[in-house]
Design a protein around this ligand. Structure first.
Ligand code: FAD
Length: 413
């Protein structure tokens, strides 16, 4: 073979390789219906712009229990105006404004609570799933959870609910090439249901792992649905972990593991390589898992998490507290409209706790920086947050529920 012939064959082989490479990339792009970083529903700030301002009326189309013990009830909500719903990012939550009748008198109390959407985005309805919250085990005399018990006991099909548009920063990324690991504890399964069903519909090539920690089969929500999805999609790997299996709960059938979802289990069962982690669960799970994932060498930008309340937020704040400025010596906080000036001594976890302890009337909702109900104008001074709030705070305002003073403050409250 002559030198020009050899050169010709090498060039032809190279050209063929490049063409195959481009062809494969185009095929993957078409199959996923999206470029790796762009998603039809989950992308772009424009989604928020499509949402409605304030509250919108929704009718409860359907109620359905999701677990055998009937502690978790789904509500499917359709807009009363019949207009198509704006898209949202799988993993986001709705904020409900509930008028809850009080036992003592006829007046009702306005209560704001957040609930994650528990299915993939669709244009006609949202589904949320609410866990009934009892009084704490060590304080049975306290009233049980206000909103969750109201929804379980009083809200029926056909009833109206007032709802704010989906929001939140805990949502699935658009990188279909990066395997996703969903870690849910208890009712923390709700945003995962939205994210994983969305991935199955929209990201055909993506490998998905679900680690779902709960006590036993009685509270195993979405059991059949998850099993059907795993049977239909070999790329969905189910790891259900019971911590207190009941007699009759079958290992290898109802659950794959016994114990808790921890890094040892992840190391044992996850393939090597980079993964995106999504975590939502009770305080002990969040408090142990997130530092352990970091210690395992997972990059912080691959760890996404959501807290369902102030208790779940605390361990996260502790983990992220390096970034927070040092605590202040005593400073004055003036609540201008209430006409009160009080000394902040650092004993409260937030400005909301501080205001409530002193009897200053302020609005509140999720108590975790998500819903924006406690957003308050700052007349002067600076507020700091240990963890960036989920809610987009308007300029010149602060969130009392997760804010602490960084200086003396005058607040419009
Ligand atoms: C972003 C986000 C998403 C969420 N998604 C979901 C979801 O998908 N599904 C879901 O079920 N929940 C979800 N939550 C949690 C939800 O918003 C509510 O916090 C939850 O339903 C409890 O509200 P509640 O009104 O029933 O309980 P609360 O009335 O707030 O009571 C909470 C607990 O405090 C106890 N308590 C009452 N009085 C006192 C007192 N004086 N002292 C001490 N304790 C007292 C109650 O007995 C109860 O155990 C989410 C929260 C957030 C922030």
């Amino acid at each position: 073979m002559t030198a020009p012939q050899l050169l010709f064959y090498i060039s032809a082989a190279l050209l063929l390789q490049i063409t195959i490479g481009i062809g494969l990339a185009a095929w993957r792009w078409q199959r996923s219906g999206t470029s790796p970083k762009t998603l039809p529903v989950n992308a772009g700030a424009s989604i928020q712009a499509l949402a409605w301002p304030g509250l919108r009326d929704f009718r409860v189309l359907r109620r359905q229990f999701e677990d055998a013990r009937q502690t978790q009830c789904s509500f499917t909500l359709a807009p009363v105006d019949g207009a198509a719903l704006p898209p949202f990012r799988a993993g986001q939550f709705l904020t409900l404004a509930l008028d809850i009748p009080q036992a003592s008198d006829a007046a009702s109390r306005l209560v704001t609570r957040c609930y994650s959407v528990s299915e993939a985005p669709r244009p006609d309805a949202y589904r949320i799933t609410v866990k009934r919250i009892p009084a704490p085990a060590n304080q049975p005399d306290l009233p049980p959870g206000l909103a969750s018990n109201h929804l379980h006991d009083r809200v029926q099909e056909g009833d109206l609910l007032r709802v704010r548009a989906p929001s939140g920063r805990f949502f699935i990324d658009g990188d279909a090439e990066l395997p996703a690991v969903f870690i849910a504890g208890g009712v923390g399964i709700t945003p995962m249901m939205s994210m994983l069903t969305w991935c199955l519909e929209q990201q055909p090539g993506r490998v998905l792992h679900l680690y779902y920690g709960l006590r036993h089969r009685g509270e195993h929500a979405f059991k059949t649905r998850l099993e059907v999805l795993a049977a239909e999609h070999s790329r969905l790997h189910l790891n259900v972990v019971y911590s207190q299996p009941c007699p009759g709960d079958v290992l290898g059938q109802d659950h794959q593991h016994t114990g808790h979802v921890d890094v040892a289990l992840l190391r044992q069962t996850l393939p090597h390589g980079r993964h995106a982690f999504y975590i939502c669960g009770p305080p002990p799970m969040m408090a142990s898992l997130i530092p352990a994932l970091l210690a395992w060498g997972i990059s912080p930008q691959d760890i996404h998490h959501e807290a369902f309340g102030p208790a779940s937020l605390a361990p996260m704040q502790a983990a992220c507290d390096d970034a927070a400025p040092p605590l202040l010596p005593a400073v004055d906080i003036q609540f201008r409209r209430s006409g009160r000036t009080l000394a902040w001594t650092g004993q409260d976890a937030s400005l909301l706790d501080f205001a409530e302890r002193h009897g200053v009337a302020v609005e509140s909702g999720c108590r975790s920086g998500s819903c924006g109900s406690c957003e308050t104008a700052i007349v002067s001074g600076t507020v700091r947050y240990a963890v960036k709030p989920d809610h987009d705070v308007a300029p010149g305002h602060c969130l009392l529920c997760v804010g602490m003073p960084a200086s003396a403050l005058v607040l419009d409250a």
